[in-house]
Design a protein around this ligand. Structure first.
Ligand SMILES: [Mn+2]
Length: 289
């Protein structure tokens, strides 16, 4: 589909240079695309809408320089501002989590300061990590420095003291742990996310695949047991998405550490559900197909 006619643009961001444990996220865009063309195209929570009904264009991968995180962030920023600037919803397939900084910077360039929904086992709020200020472990801290915004974390269960102190001290940060999901159930969690996002004009969603339990998503860079099930995460995602979502990224799949591609398949399913939900809410608002 031509870029002009597309409503949704997909790009890959194959970067993994700041990985501290299990690298290989640069192979994820290829692996997730392969999985996406081999699963059925219907929605998990939706009927009568199929992925082939959506006006999607895949632009391929952004050329990113190995070992140079600041240049990688710059390139992602440029691509994001160009595509979102012509009124497209953007889907970025990482890559490690630092790529989200480029996406947010690109949104800021075109005047969008989104609220951010983060599915992640970690806060990624460190000031620096092993001497690096641009790292998968610092990405949300760098984003906080750009502008004040509402950030809701879902699935957090692994952090250091500096991160939890910072998160607790910021009234604009809401955290929903896996324990909260267990106690309250996905339905109540989804409504509290909706309340928290009340008043946001634009929303960015970032999905770190380690938010899922390692049983469902073993092929991630920094696995943490005790995470969300696909049914929980897909439900919360489905409820959290509405027409204000301008961009989505999915990060941290590392195919070399995956088992039979199950993490890539789940990432493809997650993205597919996100896109179908976004489209169904757009249709509901505009009354058009
Ligand atoms: Mn992360």
């Amino acid at each position: 589909m031509d870029r002009e006619d597309a409503l949704y643009i997909v790009v890959g961001a194959p970067f993994d240079s700041t990985s501290s444990f299990r690298g290989g996220q640069r192979f994820a865009p290829y692996s997730i695309r392969l999985a996406s063309s081999n699963i059925e195209s219907n929605g998990y929570y939706l009927r009568d809408l199929y992925i082939e009904d959506l006006r999607i264009r895949d632009e391929g991968d952004i050329a990113l320089p190995p070992g140079n995180a600041s240049e990688a962030v710059e390139r992602i920023r440029k691509v994001t501002s160009e595509l979102v600037g012509i009124d497209k919803r953007l889907v970025v397939i990482g890559g490690e989590h630092i790529i989200t900084l480029g996406v947010i910077k690109g949104l800021v360039d075109v005047g969008i300061r989104p609220c951010i929904v983060v599915f992640d086992a970690h806060y990624d709020l460190r000031w620096e990590y092993m001497g690096e200020k641009l790292s998968h472990a610092t990405v949300m801290r760098r984003i906080l420095e750009l502008f004040p915004t509402r950030i809701v974390y879902i699935g957090v269960r692994a952090y250091d003291k500096e991160e939890v102190d910072l998160a607790v001290s910021k009234p604009l940060i809401e955290e929903i742990t896996v324990g909260d999901v267990n106690r309250l159930g996905p339905i109540n969690i989804a409504s509290s996310i909706k309340r928290f996002l009340d008043g946001c004009k634009h929303v960015h969603i970032t999905i770190d695949m380690d938010a899922y339990d390692t049983a469902y998503a073993p092929g991630v860079s920094t696995p943490e047991p005790g995470g969300l099930t696909p049914r929980e995460l897909l439900y919360i995602l489905h409820e959290a998405i509405d027409d204000r979502v301008v961009s989505i990224d999915i990060v941290e799949v590392t195919p070399p550490y995956d088992c039979n591609g199950i993490t890539s398949i789940l990432a493809a399913k997650t993205l597919q559900e996100a896109l179908l939900t976004l489209e169904s809410k757009r249709r509901r608002r505009t009354g058009r197909g």
